[in-house]
Design a protein around this ligand. Sequence first.
Ligand code: URA
Length: 259
Amino acid sequence: MTDNVRIDKFISENSEFTRSQTKELIKKGLVKSDGIIIKKSDFKINPDLNRIEVSGNTISYKKDIFILLNKPAGYVCSTDDPDNHTILELLPPELSGKVFPVGRLDKDSEGMIVLTNNGDFSHTILSPRKHIPKFYIVKLAEPFKIKYINLFREGLVLRNGEVCLPAEVRPLENNELWAFIRIEEGKYHQVKRMFASVGNHVDYLFRFCIGSLEIPSKLGIGDYMEIMHKDVEKLLQPPDFNVIFKNLYVHFSSYLINK
Ligand code: URA
């Protein structure tokens, strides 16, 4: 159930009226909740339960939807692709027609992808200026070299000359083919191109965290869940590295170890 919200906020977020226009309408006695005139802008309503009217017209609730999907390999992150299976096929019809993916993972990549119907939110998460960190676990073709740590930290130059923002990379303990990487931007095939620029190759890539929201280890590959406000906020918050690191090994041992 949606939390209670101020009536002026609800109207301005779900109609063409601005917040100040809404306040004026309220003062004029043109706003009703369940048929009762509301005279205070900070009056709290519940969008799922109360029927809000402005000048006799009902304001319909444009509910935001946020889905967390554990993407399997073999699906593309697109809403329409006649040649490939899209991740929308993994959602039930009542959801798949409403949402779109926030960013992309490659067809052969797996892990965390967020889908929403909220364009502003998608824009915020993807904005390079926001520096939202994304965390990946990769399996390399060649053993991890310690020199990668500094090279990635200094800002790698890709083979086509593009310069990357500083990134953090670490080997997984006791396993020289697996590594963990954090980047704060989203260039095309970025992680694969970063490892290619140091002479290695990514054989497998799994995204397990965006901001401070991790994919729950109980969410199997191909499964999805709806996420609520508290978790959506985490996508925009800086991560606690100790927690991320601890959970990295949980993800690894729960389904990546056999890859
Ligand atoms: N970087 C890549 O190279 N591929 C992905 O799918 C995501 C990040």
